[in-house]
Ligand binder design. Sequence first.
Ligand SMILES: [Zn+2]
Length: 223
Amino acid sequence: MRIILLGPAGSGKGTQGELIERHYGFPRISTGDLLRLEVQKGTELGRMVEGIMKSGQLVADELVLDVVKARLQAPDCRSGYVLDGYPRTLNQALLLEQLDPSRPETVLEIQISEESVLKRLTGRRVCSQCGAVYNINNNEPGIDLKCQVCSGNLSLRPDDRPEVIRERFRIYRETIGPLLAHYSRKQVLFPVDGDRTVEEVFEAIKLIMDSRISGQRGELKRP
Ligand SMILES: [Zn+2]
């Protein structure tokens, strides 16, 4: 099973991806994390990606595909995987289908308003030393803004500034239409209301996933 999580940054799809990984055992693959890793390692690809990501723009299809392709070849992806942040465009979806053609798909579209995304992301603080993530909307970590794990300084990530969030949301809205239409035609698209608690959203996702997985078993049993 290939599970594809769609939704703007701040929709909670990263968290839901982790919950799916824990519950169903499919590894979560975040293209954002993979690309950030390249930036950290200072590879040639990383240097190209860095400037593009800072401005909230999308990284070119070919660059992302190389990174995804390498990751999907790892043995833990054999029975399935959860993609977070990929594909983002119809072209990427088609490239992915060429790469791994016969795998059944479930596409979860987490729907959320721009205002909710802004509220969530402008409250996010990241530790400059260990990378732990906090949210001041949840009254974490108190007024001193120090990391509870390592006492490092917490700060707003450059790509969590309001103007960058709005630009990213606008790009998401503009590019997601053809992708949704594509998956809707394939009858693998399942919308999920993301403006609820993490637990409530995951309950909704489990209902969809369980029926998809049992449906798949049913198909296999048929002669
Ligand atoms: Zn820390």
